[in-house]
Design a protein around this ligand. Sequence first.
Ligand SMILES: Nc1nc2c(c(=O)[nH]1)N[C@H]1C(S)=C(S)[C@@H](COP(=O)(O)O)O[C@H]1N2
Ligand SMILES: [Mo]
Length: 445
Amino acid sequence: MDDRRKARADDAGSRPSLRDSLRRGPGGPCDPASWRSPLRGPWLTSVLAVVLLVGLLVVGLTGFASYAAYDPGLGGSNDQTPERGLLGFYTTFDWFTSPSWLYRVTQGTHVLLGLALVPVVLAKLWSVAPKLFEWPPVRSVAQALERISIFLLVGSILFLLVTGTMNIQYDYAWGFSFYTGHFYAAWVFIAAFAVHVSIKMPTLLRALRSRSFAAEMRTATSQTLPEPPDPDHLVSPDPAPATISRRGALAVVGGSSLGILALTIGQSIDPLRRTALLAPRGQSQGTGPNAFQINTTFADSGLDENATGASWQLRLVGLDGKEVLLRREELLALPQRTEQLPIACVEGWSTSQSWTGVQLRELAGLVGSVGAGSVFVESLQRGGTFSTTSLTDSQLRAPKTLLALRVNGAELSLDHGFPARMIIPACPGVRNTKWVETITFRSAS
Ligand SMILES: Nc1nc2c(c(=O)[nH]1)N[C@H]1C(S)=C(S)[C@@H](COP(=O)(O)O)O[C@H]1N2
Ligand SMILES: [Mo]
């Protein structure tokens, strides 16, 4: 036998049986020895976990608050998740009408913090990567259940981050409702998160106590050594020398989060609007007193300028069906009120301006409907999610709820809703209907 043939025969002899290869796994990322970073270990994972535990709790609570603010009881453009059933148990109360900055703060926090946590989520996944690829995939019933909860946890957080980011960049770029998908995924996440936290809490506390954070922040790369082997096998069995310290790794993650924050926070702070390079929507601005952000321009609305011209009249429909038509001069002759109020879009951007117009309850009085249970507002604009909205009775009676005719001392521009737009305190921007045509007062909501 020549050498080459002999080698081939040996190869055949050493080919592992199916059983052996199943036990050993497919290699690559499923082989623990292929993960060699000396930084990976329970301490680093736990530091990232604490940041996510607090951060994602705040993102979750502000997110669920947003669904309550959309008031499912009202229907129409307010309720995008009609089949929420039991999961919507907490949304049955009327959303608040004060303080007027409420939704601006909750939704701004939800979106800004959610974006800033993306690098931390990715770092956390990196830190537990050997576990995600663990072989064999199932060893016991308990371990199978834990892996299913991890799968739901990782799957739902990635789904939430991707759909949330796409929603603020592209405006509903997929076939299902953003609201419904994001809401259901949030509940999957909360359930898996609760299971994961309760299983891992003892490990987390033990790991955090195992080293001093302050000492770790003083340790240079050359002194960076692996953690002792751990029962979860996060620590590499064959660690390579450190190329970055734990301090350096945490600085990269924290720096990325701060970088994202720096390039988005301007969307919530009027003078800094143009610095929000990562939040491009709503960046177009008008001029003079109307120079603040616009999502839907007059041109986007498909409206004709004739419809908003001298022939425009506001139509009020009372509880008993009584109708009143008002020209713009007649509206301007009613008592005017000026309020500093924000527009706060679900996308996270917000802006505060000084609006002048007629109180909604004043208009309700003209058709004997101050006691109405809800209000239906229709725009001249036809079709689309934003051309109508519903308001609660508390929003109807809130003194700051205006049909605005002017902004910052000037006429509303066409882009900002001329001849008249709704401005409602404390609630999602979507209810601030522009180019209002008809306001109908209804009995029950
Ligand atoms: N008629 C009409 N009103 C509307 C909209 C719209 O597209 N059409 N957009 C709503 C949304 S989603 C928000 S956040 C606020 C502010 O949007 P703007 O920047 O387009 O004024 O107006 C609301 N009013
Ligand atoms: Mo919006």
